[in-house]
Every structure is written in structure tokens, then in C-alpha cells.
Design a protein around this ligand. Structure first.
Ligand code: SF4
Length: 72
């Protein structure tokens, strides 16, 4: 899965940081969240989903990636 951050919408509350401390950091420069690493490391997917659901500004978008199985 991937998490996309819209920094134009982010207000820097840090809720994402509290719910997913392994994925999010706040920028020292403008206080807004930094774009988390994509794809989201598997071990942090649960907290990533929680952070997306918890963002009060809806600045985070969850993109589930499905593995395509090619048929021959
Ligand atoms: S919770 Fe949402 S609005 Fe707040 S810092 Fe994180 S991404 Fe930005």
C-alpha cells in the first residue's frame, strides 16, 4: 500500500505522527507532515491505515496496491 500526503491540505496537527510514529515525521522547516516512505513497509501498514483514518484534515490518501497475477 501507499500513503500520499497532500501538503497543501495538511495543518501540522501531528495526529498522524501520534498514530503512526514509525511512518510520520513533522518538517522542521514548516511544521507540516513529511511525505511518508512509499510503499509503506508491511510491518507498519496497520498504523498507516489508522493515521489515514485519523487525519482531521483528510490530507492523507490510502492507496491499496493489488498484486497482478498474470495468466499465461
Ligand atoms: S494528521 Fe493530517 S493534517 Fe495533521 S500533520 Fe498529519 S497529515 Fe497533516
Amino acid at each position: 500500500m501507499r500513503i500520499e500526503l497532500d501538503r497543501k491540505v495538511c495543518q501540522g496537527h501531528g495526529v498522524c505522527l501520534m498514530t503512526a510514529p514509525n511512518l510520520f515525521t513533522l518538517s522542521d522547516e514548516d511544521g507540516l507532515a513529511n511525505q511518508p516512505t512509499n510503499p509503506t513497509p508491511e510491518e507498519f501498514e496497520d498504523e498507516g491505515r489508522l493515521a489515514v483514518a485519523s487525519c482531521p484534515e483528510l490530507a492523507l490518501t490510502l492507496i491499496e496496491q493489488h498484486t497482478l497475477i498474470e495468466k499465461h
